[in-house]
Design a protein around this ligand. Structure first.
Ligand code: PSV
Ligand code: MN
Length: 423
């Protein structure tokens, strides 16, 4: 299913008067409004192929109808999102869930939908049907060399698929670790993992990067072999300039100061980018900004400050992606909400008065520093974000369009009771 530009225009027209009132107020009160709008038009967040279907917990999965059953349909879903919000112009594939059967046809479909291929992801956290050796006790860390070799070969195969499609990065997330004290020699597990990663690194095309994603716990509950940003950074530093640390917001222990982690990784030129989501307890994979919107803003505040300090291009120089699971919401509605939350946090971070904040920090004026950040966070930038969308030919209110035009009902009619592959 494709969304017709004319129907978006018609929908926008019905909301235009009220939007223009809000936008003209925002424009009068926000300095540099035009420059901010251009940055919002340029900004894009990749959608993971595995987030287009209903996820589940270990207790059950309540699938909805009309989920994408094929890679092509997953891409069409991302195309729908992108047509509505002009901010979802890339898809991230997970191998072997999304192995393309015809690269050229998939590339053509991507071009038709104005989509790029973001980082490709390897999967050594599950055993696949017919797989010779099991990852039950880990993959790149495994004490058995043949298992490590199999996992290395899989990662190299993922690079080949990604390269054929035009991806430029491999994301490695390992479930490797241990669930009981004594199960693992930590040093040997680290060394095996490093040696395995070195072989994968050597297979990267010259213009590729490898992103090492860390996670504090789950599925292993005593130790994770890439358990935090320190460990990931160790691997990235030892591997070389093409290796970076990837931050998934749900992969920290409670109350971790993620904005500080981000600032320091950027300082070290080792921040790969993000898997955005939100959480209350652990890797809850909830809608971005649904639980801790202020934390999201604080992260973007550090990002904008750090990217500007290093002269980075906001839209292109870091990897922006969502990694979420939708257990009770329609996945597409959830993703629209997540992107909106990201755009709002980014817009607010662009508004921060950096000069005043610097001064407050320099003078140890704690009260002023807090006022600057909180006043900015409390500024309503929704009309700015909507204006950026309108100017790019997308929907003023993407979720409103999705509901008014009953997009899910059309997908169910078209696809039937399909269930997406993935987790
Ligand atoms: C692991 O929890 C993770 O965050 C990794 O990014 C995986 O690739 C993804 O979720 C899907 O399982
Ligand atoms: Mn992730």
């Amino acid at each position: 299913m494709r969304i017709d530009k004319k129907s978006i225009e018609k929908f926008n027209d019905s909301l235009l008067v009220s939007h223009q009132q809000k936008f003209s107020f925002a424009k009068q009160t926000i300095p540099n409004a035009e420059a901010i709008i251009q940055k919002l038009i340029d900004f894009n967040v990749a959608i993971p192929s595995w987030a287009l279907g209903t996820g589940g917990t270990r207790f059950g999965r309540f699938s909805a109808a009309g989920e994408p059953g094929t890679l092509e349909q997953k891409m069409e879903d991302v195309g729908l999102l992108h047509a509505l919000n002009n901010a979802s112009g890339a898809i991230s594939l997970h191998i072997p869930w999304d192995i393309p059967s015809d690269y050229n046809a998939i590339k053509k479909l991507a071009a038709d939908l104005h989509l790029k291929f973001d980082a490709v992801n390897s999967n050594t956290f599950q055993d696949q049907k017919g797989q010779a050796l099991s990852y039950k006790y880990g993959s790149l860390q495994n004490t058995n060399k043949d298992i490590r070799k199999q996992a290395i070969a899989h990662n190299i195969e993922v690079i080949k698929h990604g390269n054929a499609l035009g991806s430029k990065a491999l994301t490695v997330w390992l479930s490797d670790g241990s669930s009981f004290p004594g199960q693992l020699n930590f040093r040997k597990a680290f060394q095996n993992t490093l040696e395995s990663l070195e072989e994968i690194y050597a297979a990267l095309p010259s213009d590729w990067k490898v992103f090492v994603e860390y996670k504090a716990f789950e599925p292993n509950f005593y130790s994770m072999t890439v358990g935090d940003w320190g460990q990931s950074l160790l691997y990235a530093n030892k591997l070389g300039p093409k290796a970076y640390t990837l931050v998934d917001l749900g992969h920290h222990l409670p109350n971790a100061n993620i904005e500080q982690i981000v600032a320091l990784l950027m300082m070290e030129e080792k921040l790969a980018g993000f898997h955005f989501n939100d959480s209350k307890y652990g890797d809850d994979d909830l809608t971005v900004g649904s639980i801790k919107p202020y934390q999201l803003f604080l992260i973007f505040n550090e990002l904008v400050e750090g990217m500007d300090a290093r002269g980075l291009h906001h839209a292109n120089d870091l990897g922006w992606m969502i990694d979420a699971s939708h257990n009770i919401k329609d996945p597409l509605e959830d993703l629209l909400q997540s992107i909106e939350a990201i755009m709002i946090a980014y817009a607010q971070a662009l508004l921060v008065d950096r000069k005043a904040l610097n001064e407050a920090q320099q003078n140890n004026d704690v009260v002023a520093a807090q006022e600057i950040l909180q006043n900015t966070f409390r500024t309503d930038v929704r009309a700015m974000v909507a204006e950026a969308r309108i100017r790019a030919g997308a929907a003023l209110d993407p979720l409103g369009y999705f509901r008014t035009n009953q997009i899910r009902a059309s997908l169910v009619k078209e696809r039937g009771n399909t269930i997406a592959t993935g987790l």
